[in-house]
Design a protein around this ligand. Structure first.
Ligand code: SF4
Length: 114
């Protein structure tokens, strides 16, 4: 399995090709500067209230937003989302990595879903 790493603040995030990432924003902490939309315009948008929300295609996650709604990140936007989270001045972009069950099984063990 191929994997890559990307910086996120002081730490590193390892992302396997088989993993998908999802993202949400805590709007209570958002400053509305738009750094996230610069990095990943297909995943983040600023609405009329001056606050950033996540996108998934045409769907805007503003009902209610926050942790209640996770947007799946297109593979080609993953690096941009990670960069946005690292640079977000509100520290309010949260990334969740969805590893498939077989990726979580110990080495040599049968896949969990076998
Ligand atoms: S980078 Fe962070 S603080 Fe700035 S608009 Fe996006 S979510 Fe809000």
């Amino acid at each position: 399995m191929k994997s890559s790493t990307a910086g996120l603040g002081d730490g590193m995030v390892e992302i396997h090709d088989s993993a998908r990432i999802q993202v949400w924003i805590d709007q209570d902490l958002c400053t509305g500067d738009g750094i996230c939309t610069d990095h990943a315009p297909e995943v983040f948008t600023l609405l009329e209230d001056g606050i950033a929300y996540c996108l998934e295609g045409d769907k805007v996650f503003n009902d209610p937003g926050g942790s209640a709604e996770l947007a799946t990140v297109p593979v080609h936007m993953e690096a941009g989302v990670i960069a946005a989270a690292a640079e977000c001045p509100g520290e309010c972009i949260f990334i969740e990595v969805d590893e498939p069950a077989e990726a979580l099984a110990p080495a040599g063990a049968a896949p969990l879903n076998a």
